[in-house]
Design a protein around this ligand. Structure first.
Ligand code: ADP
Length: 249
């Protein structure tokens, strides 16, 4: 019975979520079809053309991010935890982040010298990075620096740290208090859903970690994610007779 109740509460939450998302999604579709209509009626070589196209791409990307978030929330995407190196995740995502962030923002990636291993779902970690990067972009309309860094904290307990910091507009204490709540947003309709950080929070918590923010108005924002360290164990070790075979050199 308890499981049923939990399930129905979850369904209700997803229903509410879907309602809000459908609204935002619709706004984005309106931008896309409106701009396409305009583009179709532009005289050849009109100088407005590139900007209109940019807006279409922007809206389409936001719509894609929205559906991804909804999928994470409704857990339609199965969680597949594996041992991964945070450095690899960051390096693999940098060129995508560059495209997402656009010009005018410098991206720095100070990474720990060795692998930073955690046990988590790769796709979900990538989403965490993307959500934080999109927020950083929105916070730096006049450009700035985005820093994505990793570190190993010796502990105990030994911990992996991922930092995403920007030099943007920052936020008030009031915003900081509500930041991770679903649907909390200070952005215009169609721009913000208020789901980005709620998703980040959910993913990090599920992976056994914590997320903190440090920010003040005009002073940028720094998000720090801490995840339990995970030693790499060769998968085949379960089948092997002796652990001596895996002594590290
Ligand atoms: P959304 O981005 O759709 O508004 P989020 O949950 O990602 O939803 O963020 C909630 C709010 O937190 C944002 O509307 C913004 O006010 C604030 N915020 C998040 N990241 C930053 C940042 N890097 N700098 C300043 N404010 C931020």
């Amino acid at each position: 019975l308890e499981a049923q109740l939990r399930q129905s509460q979850k369904m209700e939450a997803i229903g509410r979520l879907a309602g809000g998302v459908a609204h935002d999604f619709n706004n984005l579709l309106t931008i896309i079809s409106g701009n396409v209509h305009l583009i179709q009626h532009l005289p050849p070589g009109d100088p407005e053309f590139p900007q209109l196209l940019d807006d279409v791409r922007d809206a389409a990307e936001r719509a894609a991010a929205l559906t991804r978030q909804l999928l994470t929330f409704s857990r339609k995407q199965p969680t597949r935890p594996e041992v991964i190196d945070l450095n690899e995740v960051v390096t693999g995502l940098v060129s995508m982040l560059r495209r997402l962030i656009g010009s005018g923002i410098v991206i720095r990636t100070p990474l720990a010298p060795g692998p930073v291993r955690v046990r988590a779902d790769r796709g979900q970690l990538e989403q965490v990075l993307m959500n934080l990067a999109v927020n950083a972009k929105d916070a730096m309309p006049d450009g700035g620096t985005l820093t994505v860094g990793t570190a190993e904290l010796a502990g105990p307990p030994r911990t992996a740290r991922l930092t995403i910091a920007d030099t943007g507009i920052g936020m008030t204490d009031e915003v900081k208090r509500h930041l991770f709540e679903p649907f909390f947003t200070t952005k215009d309709v169609g721009k913000g859903t208020g789901l980005g950080l709620a998703t980040v929070y959910g993913i990090v918590q599920q992976a056994g970690g914590t997320v903190e923010v440090e920010s003040a108005p005009g002073a940028g924002a720094a998000f720090t994610i801490r995840l339990p360290w995970c030693e790499a164990t060769p998968k085949s070790s379960l089948l092997m007779p002796s652990p001596v075979l895996f002594t590290r050199s």
